[in-house]
Design a protein around this ligand. Structure first.
Ligand code: ZN
Ligand code: ZN
Length: 414
C-alpha cells in the first residue's frame, strides 16, 4: 500500500537525524515507501518522471520519531488500576487501538512496547487493521516474585495472573520465562531490575532480578538474532545489576550515579529516562497512598540524578512510558530532555537515530537518508529554537510511515 507516485517534499527546514546543521531549503524525495534522496534543493538530483512536488512552506522536515518505551495496553489516566484489573482481555486490547492511532498522529512512527502489547498488536498495524506506529513488542515484563511485575498484595498467595508480566525466580526459571516470551513473538525482552512505584510490596530502590539472572536473560535474548534487553531500573543498585548483566538500556534510571554512569559509558548502555512519566504528578484521588508517596519521592530523585547523567554524556534514547502517562503527546519528552540539559538537536537525535540504534533498526529508520524507510514528519516552525512545540500534536502537520501519509493537517499534499 505504498504510494507509487514519487513525492518530493521541498522548501523545508531539513533536520535529517544525522546531527549536522539543519538545511534551509531542504528537500526529501520519497519513492516506493523509501527515501531516495534528502538534502539541500541546490544539490537535488534529477527527479524521476511523474514526481509530485510538494511545498512544505518552510516548516521542518524530520525523520519519524521512535518512542522506546510505551505500553499501548495501559490506560494512562483513562482508567484507575482497579478499573483496569477487571477489564476483559478483549476490551483491554480494543482500547489500545485509539491509543496507537493518537501516538502515530503525534509524530511517532515506531514504538517499542515494553509490556502489554502482544504480537497481534504488531501484526494488526502491519496489516493495516489498526492505524499506529510500527511496533516492537516485549509482550510481558519478566519480574521476580514480589518485584515490580508482581501486583499481588502481601497477603495474597494466589498465582499471579497479571497479563502484562511473567514472574520468574532463579536462573533456570528465567531461562524458561525468556524462552516463553520469545515463543510468543517478542522482538525484545523487558525485565524488572528494581522495584517500582506502582507495585504494592516493593520500593524503587529494592533489587529486582540479580546479575546472574539478568546475564542469563541477556545471553538467551542475544542468541535469538541479537534481541536486546530493556531493564526497568530505578534505584542505583538495580541499575548497576542490570548494566553488569548486559542489558541494552536502563529504563527510568532515576537514581543513576557516577558508578553506574562509568559502567554505562564503558559498555555503551543507553538511558531511557522516561521524564514524561517521571514529571507527571500523581492524582491523589486515583493513586493508592503508598504509590502516591513513592511517586512524589522518586520524582525528586529523578530531577537530581538524570541531568548529571546527561551532562556526563550517557547515551540517551527517547522513551515516555506512555500508558503510565497519557498517550498521544509523546514528543513532550523532547522538551523534558532539553530541560534536563540536552541540546534541542541532542533531544531530536535521542528520538530518531539514537533510538533507532537502541531498537536495532538503525539500518532502516531514524534518519532521512537514501534507502531508509520513508518515515517522515513535517512540523510547524523550527523545533531547534522551540523544542516544546513538537510536544503539541497540532504542530505535527504531516506524518508519513513507509511513504504513506496518515496525517496531513494543512493539506500540504493537496
Ligand atoms: Zn518501569
Ligand atoms: Zn513502563
Amino acid at each position: 500500500m505504498t504510494a507509487t507516485v514519487p513525492l518530493l517534499l521541498h522548501n523545508g527546514l531539513l533536520i535529517d537525524g544525522r546531527g549536522g546543521d539543519p538545511v534551509q531549503g531542504g528537500a526529501v524525495l520519497v519513492e516506493d515507501g523509501l527515501v531516495r534522496w534528502a538534502g539541500p534543493s541546490s544539490a537535488q538530483p534529477p527527479l524521476p518522471a511523474g514526481t509530485r512536488e510538494v511545498d512544505v512552506r518552510g516548516n521542518a522536515i524530520l525523520p519519524g520519531f521512535i518512542d522506546c518505551h510505551v505500553h499501548m495496553a495501559a490506560p494512562g489516566s483513562e482508567l484507575s488500576l482497579g478499573e483496569l484489573a477487571v477489564l476483559p482481555g478483549s476490551l483491554r486490547t480494543l482500547l489500545s487501538a485509539p491509543r496507537m492511532e493518537r501516538t502515530l498522529l503525534a509524530g511517532v512512527t515506531t514504538a517499542r512496547d515494553l509490556g502489554g502489547a502482544d504480537a497481534g498488536h504488531r501484526k494488526a498495524v502491519e496489516d493495516g487493521l489498526v492505524l499506529g506506529p510500527r511496533l516492537i513488542v516485549a509482550i510481558a515484563m519478566l519480574s521476580p516474585t514480589g518485584g515490580h511485575g508482581d501486583f499481588r498484595s502481601g497477603t495474597d498467595d494466589r498465582d499471579s495472573d497479571e497479563p502484562m508480566t511473567r514472574l520468574a525466580d532463579g536462573v533456570d526459571n528465567c531461562r524458561q520465562a525468556v524462552r516463553e516470551v520469545l515463543r510468543k513473538g517478542a522482538d525484545c525482552i523487558k525485565i524488572a531490575a528494581s522495584g517500582g512505584v506502582w507495585s504494592p510490596t516493593d520500593q524503587p530502590d529494592d533489587d529486582g532480578f540479580l546479575e546472574d539472572e539478568i546475564a542469563t536473560i541477556t545471553e538467551i535474548a542475544a542468541g535469538h538474532r541479537g534481541k536486546k534487553v530493556a531493564a526497568h531500573a530505578q534505584g542505583r543498585s538495580g541499575i548497576i545489576n542490570a548494566v553488569r548483566g548486559g542489558v541494552a538500556s536502563i529504563e527510568h534510571g532515576y537514581e543513576i550515579d557516577d558508578e553506574a554512569i562509568d559502567l554505562m559509558l564503558e559498555r555503551g548502555t543507553f538511558l531511557v529516562p522516561t521524564l514524561t512519566t517521571a514529571h507527571t504528578d500523581p492524582d491523589p484521588a486515583k493513586a493508592a497512598s503508598w504509590a502516591y508517596a513513592k511517586k512524589r519521592h522518586w520524582q525528586q530523585v529523578a530531577r537530581r540524578h538524570i541531568p548529571h547523567a546527561i551532562a556526563r554524556g550517557v547515551r540517551v534514547a527517547m522513551g515516555t512510558d506512555c500508558g503510565i502517562a497519557d498517550h498521544g503527546t509523546n514528543l513532550r519528552e523532547l522538551g523534558h530532555l532539553v530541560e534536563a540539559g540536552m541540546t534541542p538537536m541532542g533531544a531530536i537525535l535521542a528520538g530518531t537515530s539514537e533510538a533507532a540504534e537502541l531498537v536495532g533498526m538503525a539500518e532502516e529508520i531514524g534518519t532521512l537518508e537514501a534507502g531508509k524507510r520513508a518515515d517522515v514528519v513535517v512540523a510547524r516552525g523550527n523545533p531547534l529554537t522551540d523544542i516544546s512545540s513538537l510536544g503539541s500534536p497540532e504542530n505535527v502537520l504531516l506524518v508519513m510511515k513507509d511513504g504513506v501519509a496518515h496525517k496531513d493537517t494543512d493539506a500540504l499534499l493537496g
